[in-house]
Design a protein around this ligand. Structure first.
Ligand code: ZN
Ligand code: MN
Length: 488
């Protein structure tokens, strides 16, 4: 049996989260606006309207280039890519074809099987987005709100070899663009769009197979499914002795099905030429220094530091650095708590991430602040409250915004570890359950857990369970049996 190797490259369009559009002062984010309410002569391609470049777009593009370790072209240009399409009213898209802002670069990605793969970038270029078309009752509707929104297109080298690798790369890319605040990176909202090139060839072949391009796959799971389906299709063709033709393909994720859109035999001639209405983009050394100085520690570096500095397992470090705010939250907590980092990590993973998930908000938006979490952990460690109360406190602080200590006082949540108080509760339970006491004394020692559970119920989780167990033993084993032991 022949073994086949898949080669995958990704072209991603990243929607920059600038305040205004690329070449006019219309707002860039108008997702919730009524169609065509956020437009002007420039972004609707009116003859004679003059574009002027958005400095924030250039800064964000530069930031992304530097995070991807790309070389910066000190001078880059905008070009017109000519084609006629209803949502591109000027008849061309402004892009950077000949001299893009960033060239080369790479992203190291830790794969699920433990390997680290370096994915090389061909280039990064700025361009404008098109409008949106929609067909309704046989009528084509066009919304230009999105026309002119700035994008960075990033093209990888064919360094990926499976659907899983492509999916992990996209997850890391989404994490990175959010982390450095250049894009919201939400694939479902089309802030991150990708076309995937797939080619399959027999192992050891001196040339890669013909590549097919899958257009606009809009979720990471859809990418995984589409690539797997395409690898299977091309492998089937090769096994049957048929050559793979160069196609452009559409993936229907609902039907889980690939559809041929067109053959790619004759490439379209876009007649690229320099956009005459825009000056070259000049990036000075000083600008690069400034953007570099503002660059945060990147997610993978931070993950590796969490492992080495705090001794966290890779799994913990990965979860804690999924978002920059979460990583900040963890380290802020450690500044106040100053104890075992793994303990803080456990609380974060079990309680804080759960709360964020339940409320659908980021760590920075929680009312439970790092100082509150540190205080709660201390309260549990110092045996002022039980573990169960500690977990409850997370929610109570979130609901009320009060400090953990304040809530403990107000609601009387302190652990009942006072022997006299506990003993009184235990005695009542023993009296009320003669059958269980008899069974316990007859040798069913597992009932001790049941007795302790009764105390926890009685005290709403505030009892020191270990101490309660000891008191039960004393009452039942010795006092009821008539054995007296002073030492107990
Ligand atoms: Zn505009
Ligand atoms: Mn493009």
């Amino acid at each position: 049996m022949t073994e086949y190797i898949a080669t995958i490259g990704l072209e991603t369009h990243i929607q920059l989260n600038t305040r205004t559009k690329a070449f006019c002062s219309c707002r860039a984010d108008s997702r919730d606006d009524l169609p065509n309410t956020n437009i002007c002569p420039v972004c609707t391609g009116q003859p004679g309207a003059l574009p002027s470049p958005n400095a924030e777009m250039v800064r964000k593009a530069l930031r992304l280039c530097l995070a991807m370790h790309a070389d910066i072209n000190p001078v880059s240009y905008f070009d017109r890519k000519n084609y006629l399409y209803a949502d591109m009213p000027g008849g061309y898209q402004v892009t950077q074809n000949y001299q893009p802002i960033g060239v080369g670069g790479w992203l190291d990605v830790d794969m699920e099987d433990g390997r680290t793969v370096r994915i090389h970038i061909d280039n990064l270029h700025m361009e404008e987005d098109a409008g949106k078309t929609r067909n309704e009752d046989g009528v084509r509707l066009i919304d230009f709100n999105r026309a002119g929104v700035p994008l960075v297109e990033m093209v990888t080298q064919p360094d990926l070899h499976s659907a899983d690798e492509a999916a992990v790369y996209l997850m890391r890319l989404r994490q990175l663009v959010r982390w450095i605040d250049v894009s919201e990176g939400d694939m479902e909202k089309a802030q991150l769009r990708c076309d995937v090139n797939v080619s399959v060839a027999p192992a050891g072949a001196d040339r890669p197979g013909k590549k097919c391009e899958i257009k606009n796959v809009n979720s990471i799971e859809a990418v995984r499914r589409a690539v797997n389906a395409e690898i299977k299709r091309q492998t089937g063709e090769l096994e049957a002795g048929r050559p793979v033709e160069q196609w452009t393909i559409e993936w229907d994720d609902e039907a889980r099905e690939l559809r041929k859109m067109r053959s790619k035999e004759n490439a379209v001639d876009y007649r690229f030429f320099r956009e005459p209405n825009l000056m070259p983009v000049v990036v000075s050394e000083e600008m690069i220094r400034k953007v570099r100085a503002e660059m945060p520690e990147l997610p993978r570096e931070r993950k590796l530091r969490f492992i080495s500095q705090y001794g966290l397992p890779a799994y913990d470090a990965g979860l804690l650095t999924a978002e920059r705010e979460t990583a900040d939250y963890f380290e802020e907590t450690l500044k106040v708590y100053d104890g075992d980092p793994k303990r803080v990590s456990n609380w974060m993973m079990n309680e804080i991430l759960r709360l964020m998930h339940d409320l659908g908000i980021s760590a920075g938006a929680l009312k439970v602040r790092p100082a509150d979490l540190a205080e709660i952990i201390r309260l549990v460690e110092g045996r002022t409250v039980t573990m169960a109360t500690g977990k409850q406190l997370i929610d109570l602080v979130q609901e009320s915004g009060k400090s953990p200590a304040e809530i403990v006082n107000e609601k009387g949540l302190a652990m009942v570890s006072d022997d006299a108080a506990l003993r009184e509760i235990c005695e009542k339970i023993v009296e009320a359950h003669p059958k269980e006491v008899a069974a316990y004394l007859a040798g069913k020692e597992t009932l001790l857990g049941w007795f302790t559970g009764q105390v926890m119920r009685e005290t709403k989780g505030k009892a020191d369970a270990k101490r309660a167990g000891e008191i039960f033993k004393r009452i039942m084993n010795y006092e009821l049996e008539g054995v007296h032991n002073e030492r107990l």
